[in-house]
Design a protein around this ligand. Sequence first.
Ligand code: HEC
Ligand code: HEC
Length: 335
Amino acid sequence: MGATPGSVRSFRAMRRMRKIILVLSLVLSSRLAAGSPPLGDGPPSWAYPVNSPGLTEPADDGRPLQVPDSAARFTLTQIRDLNFCPDWHPGDHPAMPEIVARGRKPAVLACGSCHRADGSGGPENARLAGLPAAYIVQQLADFKSGARKTSVPGRNPDWMVAIANAITSEEIEAAAAYFSSLKPRSAVRVVEAVNAPKVRVVDWHLAVASTPGTEPLGGRIIEVPENLEQFERRDGRSRLIAYVPSGSIQRGRELAASGGNRTVTCSICHGPDLKGLGPIPGIAGRSPSYVIRQLYDFRAGARAGAWSALMKPAVEKLSMDDMISLAAYVASLSS
Ligand code: HEC
Ligand code: HEC
């Protein structure tokens, strides 16, 4: 840490960003083909799963629960408590600041309860590990101002808006410094497939259906935890599997590299290996369902934060199939 406080550094980074946003987005847009393809029938339900109103959770029988390779024990009540972060593997990350481990009651929920102690997140929220601190600060500001919303109102990003409205700038700085110091880890195995498991919605994400079976994947990405129990216990070491359409990884690789006359080369801003550049977030190895939601939200205007104009030329001409290919490709990269 140098002598410059984090808040001043973040502020300077934000000012620099605003200047380059306008210039770059104008230059990049002028290179694209005219016209935008329609985006299908609205936000795809497989990327924006909504809990069914009748979803009931089993009662806590008080039993101490565990996950693989951890000596820790937590009850279901502790695991479900949004002001508590179950820390299964304290050796995987530095000590959590209070705001990450417990939040601040009543309105600021513990960041780690949703985003996990090691910032690995899940397809139902976002991986925060390794994101630039200035970027995290800016996203909280965008949630607060209402500039960053979701295309399906009533879903769980509403929590972020409530938190952003109640959190102090000191707490944001502490959380941003913590998450940006963590090493991002690839948690998703991307598999090209013709068929995928039948799924159900559990807590804002997809899971393999109770009655197993497969069905044609078609133009979708189906992302499910490999071990649902471990995942629901919020173990940061959980792994996921994403079924993506045949050929989509290679199509995405080509689009990301060349722009294919309908988007722009992603590495210009996200860095040569897509692991991030300056205040711009890394996208390599991220959850493909999360990536689809962001591309869709930028395109639909639901995500229109201070820096989002830079993404406009990248998304405005994309079809849903293009988004699927890009998401499959970036998810397949190592973080
Ligand atoms: C109740 C669950 C929950 C809690 C608690 C929570 N978040 Fe989130 N967070 C979300 C969801 C959901 C999203 C958005 C996912 C989406 O856009 O689809 C999100 C997104 C974010 C993003 C955007 C990530 C990106 O790559 O753009 C940041 C940054 C973030 N959260 C920071 C925090 C911080 C800091 C805290 C603690 C103060 C926190 N969150 C607490 C659920 C939560
Ligand atoms: C001109 C610069 C620029 C280019 C080119 C660009 N991006 Fe971005 N991207 C950004 C910025 C800046 C953000 C953060 C936007 C915000 O804060 O609202 C971002 C955010 C994203 C996000 C959301 C990340 C998160 O953590 O929520 C995804 C996904 C993404 N970009 C994918 C892509 C893909 C795929 C391409 C190539 C097809 C691409 N971007 C090209 C600048 C760019």
